[in-house]
Design a protein around this ligand. Structure first.
Ligand SMILES: *Cc1c(COP(=O)(O)O)cnc(C)c1O
Length: 424
């Protein structure tokens, strides 16, 4: 921190809340409670809070099912046949895509596989897949199994990019240098837009451009990016992407995922695992034998939409669409910066922030390393009403999700942490 004076008072936090244009949005969510008091919920990068409107929307669907049975496909208040269509506009706005480039379907790892079936086409010379060394385990398993599926040895086919010795974060120039050096052998580059462990928001645009220049296909896992950071997948020329909807998007445990395929692949002949929902809808109920794929991302859909898993997301996306990503991002930058400055001021020497200091390279997430003794830290945080992700050895991932986390929450978290550090 370069600022010489940070007002660490509780009064300052309350004043920031009073001036926050998004302060009322918090009331649209249930914040979990601990001993009757709302917790400081900083786990929205793991599972977002429930929008209060979900229950009523779900009840509508249950009622329509009871009332209409099969006729609900066409006569429900939101007809089930086309249920996924209403997700296109909010999803497109969220990730910077055209409407026909996005679809809500399946779950994240399933989508990564379905998309890799089409987009990972190894040849004898170009067969490598690049991922981050600290990729989420499911992504590691997915690419390793894709390599095996093509008869390749994952130890040879999967390249894991690591930070430099003694560093926590990846440098864009190192990724570019790898692409320059080995690009001709790389079939697929598949990274997390925001790293789940460090909170680093990669330069998606630059990395995508470099990889494509070298003839690689580029896919992004946006599990920690969607609803968190500004994305322009279409303009950045990303080939494909997918994200889950239960983290920053508050779509509920195991919520339906989102997928993006750039329109330049529209109608391209590709190997694909097909199902009837990827078929041209005008032929869908003719029960013909031959698969006639849609010409857009919908070609990757397999099944008819799972209404009860989509309804909570519909509710949540309505909030995102109404509020807009720009104000959300604005608060996110300020709130995360506030958390960082309080930590610097009050926990100096005991807590190290791993996440990049530059707001352009992070979202609503700080990864903290607690130095020195920290016995009982996790239980003590929970007992003090703070929900964060804590992993040995002393790593805290704190996500001040701007839709429902207040400045006072952030103040409480740092206050609790400071108290614990003084005790141990
Ligand atoms: C959360 C997360 C997942 C989880 O995948 P599911 O298929 O939804 O269980 C996968 N990859 C990344 C990067 C994640 O952050």
């Amino acid at each position: 921190m370069t600022t010489s004076f940070v007002d660490v008072s509780e009064a300052r936090a309350l004043a920031m809340d009073a001036a926050d244009p998004l302060r009322l949005i918090r009331d649209e969510f249930y914040i979990p409670k601990h001993h009757g008091r709302e917790v400081v919920y900083l786990a929205g990068n793991s599972l977002g809070c429930q929008p209060r409107g979900v229950k009523q929307l779900l009840e509508h669907e249950l009622e329509d099912w009871a009332r209409l049975g099969v006729l609900g496909h066409e006569e429900a208040r939101d007809p089930w046949l086309a249920y996924h269509e209403q997700f296109r506009e909010p999803l497109a706005a969220l990730v910077g895509a055209k409407h026909h480039e996005v679809v809500a379907m399946n779950t994240l790892t399933v989508n990564l596989h379905l998309l890799m079936v089409s987009f990972y086409r190894p040849t004898s010379t170009r067969y490598k897949i690049v991922i981050e060394d600290s990729a989420f385990p499911s992504d590691s398993y997915a690419v390793q199994s894709q390599a095996r599926f093509h008869g390749l040895d994952p130890a040879d086919a999967v390249v894991r990019i690591k930070p430099r010795e003694g560093e926590d974060l990846l440098r864009t120039e190192d990724i570019e240098a790898l692409l320059e050096r080995e690009g001709d052998r790389i079939a697929l580059m598949m990274m997390g837009g925001v790293n789940y462990l460090t909170g680093q928001f990669y330069d998606v645009e630059r990395i995508t451009a470099k990889a494509r220049e070298k003839g690689c296909v580029v896919g992004w896992d946006l599990a920690h990016g969607a609803g968190n950071v500004p994305l322009r997948l279409h303009d950045w020329g990303v080939d494909f992407a997918s994200w889950c909807s239960y983290k920053y998007l508050n779509g509920g445990p195991g919520a339906i995922s989102g997928a993006f395929v750039h329109e330049r692949h529209a109608g391209a002949e590709m190997p694909r695992f097909a199902g009837w929902w990827g078929n041209d809808p005008s032929d869908r109920f003719k029960m013909i034998r031959e698969f006639v794929p849609r010409t857009d991302v919908d070609a990757w859909q397999l099944s008819n939409p799972p209404i009860f898993s989509m309804t909570p997301l519909k509710c949540s996306l309505e909030i995102f669409h109404r509020v807009g990503m720009d104000p959300i991002r604005e608060k996110s930058i300020e709130l995360t910066g506030y958390m960082e400055s309080l930590l610097h001021e009050r926990c100096a020497g005991r807590v190290r922030v791993v996440t990049p200091a530059d707001p352009e390279h992070r979202g609503a997430h700080l990864s903290l390393v607690v130095e020195g003794p920290r016995e009982g830290m996790k239980d003590a945080l929970i007992a003090a009403g703070v929900t964060v992700d804590y992993r040995e050895p002393g790593i805290i991932r704190a996500a001040p999700a701007p839709l429902y986390v207040s400045y006072h929450d952030v103040w409480r978290f740092v206050d609790v942490l400071t108290g614990l550090l003084e005790r141990v």
